[in-house]
Structure formats: C-alpha cells, structure tokens
Design a protein around this ligand. Structure first.
Ligand SMILES: [Zn+2]
Length: 139
C-alpha cells in the first residue's frame, strides 16, 4: 500500500499534467506516435538505436491547444534526450540563441549537444548499434 504522502504526490502529478493538456486522449495519441516512431530521433542522429520513451513537442507548446496537437511538430525521444538534451535546447531557444528548427533532436545544434553530453564514446561515423533497445545512452 502506498503511504498517504505518496498517494497525494501521485494525484498532484496527474492533476498538473492534465492541466497542461496531458490526458487520456494524449496518452493514446502519444502511444500511437511512439509505435510508428520506435527509435529516438536524437540517438538515431548519432548512430545509436535507443527505444522511444517520450513523445516530445519540438516547440514548447506552453498550453497552446493547436500547437499541442500538431503532430507534425512531435518527435520521438528517449528519456535521456528528453530530460537532458531537449531541456538544454529549450533554454537556448528561450534565450534566442537557437531557432525552432534547432529544437529537432537531429539538428546540428542537438547533435553537437548530444555528442558533448553523451556518457559513452560513439566515435566518428556511428558507434554502438544496440540490439537491446532498453539500453539507453545514459547507462
Ligand atoms: Zn535519445
């Protein structure tokens, strides 16, 4: 049984996510998107094959309904790319250092960040082609 604190935390998390537009409809759309895009775009750009874990909004939607549901601006991402690389890109985007096109995980800006932050050495011209998609680059 979860403790009272854990229960409250879970409810809070669901509530805030739902406020930002992430409901059951998103869960279904996102699952379908990930099914069609099984490999992380950022990993693929540097020759890695990592399973998609997150449907990422290329441009931060900031609660904008049309932007949120514009599937042309969704990209498949592993947890690491979403949590580490994309966050850095979005900070740069907010500062005006990069443009929307650079928010794609296979953009030059993203690839440069990926190679700088990647905990494993992929070398030049590709690297580990993992046959086990559960192995993320962060491991
Ligand atoms: Zn990735």
């Amino acid at each position: 049984m979860p403790t009272r604190t854990e229960q409250n935390a879970a409810v809070d998390e669901r509530g805030s996510a739902r406020e930002r537009g992430y409901g059951a409809q998103w869960d279904r759309a996102s699952a379908l998107f990930r099914l069609h895009h099984p490999i992380c775009k950022g990993c693929e750009a540097v020759g890695l094959a990592t399973a998609t874990e997150v449907t990422d909004h290329v441009e931060p939607h900031k609660g904008d309904h049309d932007r949120f549901w514009n599937a042309a601006m969704w990209q498949p991402a592993c947890r690491w790319h979403h949590d580490v690389i994309k966050q850095k890109l979005e900070v740069m985007f907010a500062k005006g250092t990069i443009v929307v096109a650079d928010l794609w995980l296979d953009s030059q800006a993203a690839v440069r960040l990926t190679l700088a932050e990647l905990p494993v050495d992929v070398g030049v011209g590709g690297g580990r082609k993992s046959s086990d998609p559960s192995q993320g680059p962060a491991l």
